[in-house]
Design a protein around this ligand. Structure first.
Ligand code: SF4
Length: 217
């Protein structure tokens, strides 16, 4: 069993917060263990809870479209997860004690994957990573659409890019435009940092850590 799957197994049997009482399935996340881009949302919704997979409802379809059509990637190229792995009842916001109980799983997923870019979708995952970076987060509207350098464990740099949660853009054409614009910025960054997309995705030894170390030489 690989390391990510072993974290996923722990999540599926986890009872560290009250959300386990309401779940049909925990949703550990899915994607590529060698992903260079990680997407972190808020919490599973009804469809995700039923299927045990992240972002499979209407918001997930929009996210998948943005990944496919703007980034030119497949879901299998990236890793998609949430800050909280079980569905809060009636899709309410995750509570601080639930985020505190669940976030160590996310921390371990980041540690294993070592992505170059983390895209935070919405205020909860953005606020969590900003806290880790020692930054103050105002509203998601103020911080979105820019790259922030996270000096991960004082060892290498991960670029954190906050944007809106796709669910917020579903019925708001203005927000959808902003989300698309943000994904074009991510695409621009991928293109400018690499010779080819294949190089970015699969280039030898180019996980975030290695790549950052090499570029700082
Ligand atoms: S939300 Fe996280 S901490 Fe709470 S029961 Fe589910 S996996 Fe465990």
């Amino acid at each position: 069993m690989d390391e990510l799957e072993s974290v996923a197994e722990e999540i599926r049997s986890c009872k560290k917060c009250k959300l386990w009482l309401y779940r049909k399935n925990a949703v550990p996340g899915e994607g590529n263990e060698k992903a260079q881009i990680m997407f972190i949302g808020e919490a599973p919704g009804e469809n995700e809870d039923l299927e045990g997979k992240p972002f499979v409802g209407a918001a997930g379809k929009l996210l998948t479209k943005l990944i496919n059509e703007i980034l030119g990637l497949n879901r299998a190229d990236v890793f998609i997860t949430n800050i909280v792995k079980c569905r809060p009842p009636n899709n309410r916001d995750p509570e601080p004690d639930e985020i505190e109980a669940c976030s160590p799983y996310l921390d371990r997923q980041i540690e294993i994957i070592q992505p170059k870019i983390i895209v935070t979708l919405g205020r909860h995952s953005t606020s969590y990573l900003f806290q880790k970076m020692g930054r103050r987060m105002d509203s998601i509207g103020k911080v979105r659409g820019k790259f922030y350098q996270w000096n991960y464990k004082n060892d290498y740099i991960i670029l954190v890019f906050p944007t809106y949660h796709p669910a917020a853009a579903l019925y708001n054409p203005q927000l959808k435009k902003v989300l698309e614009e943000d994904f074009r910025k991510i695409k621009g960054s991928i293109s400018s940092k690499t010779v080819t997309l294949d190089n970015f995705l699969y280039g030898s030894g180019d996980k975030g850590k290695e790549s950052n170390r090499n570029s700082s030489k």
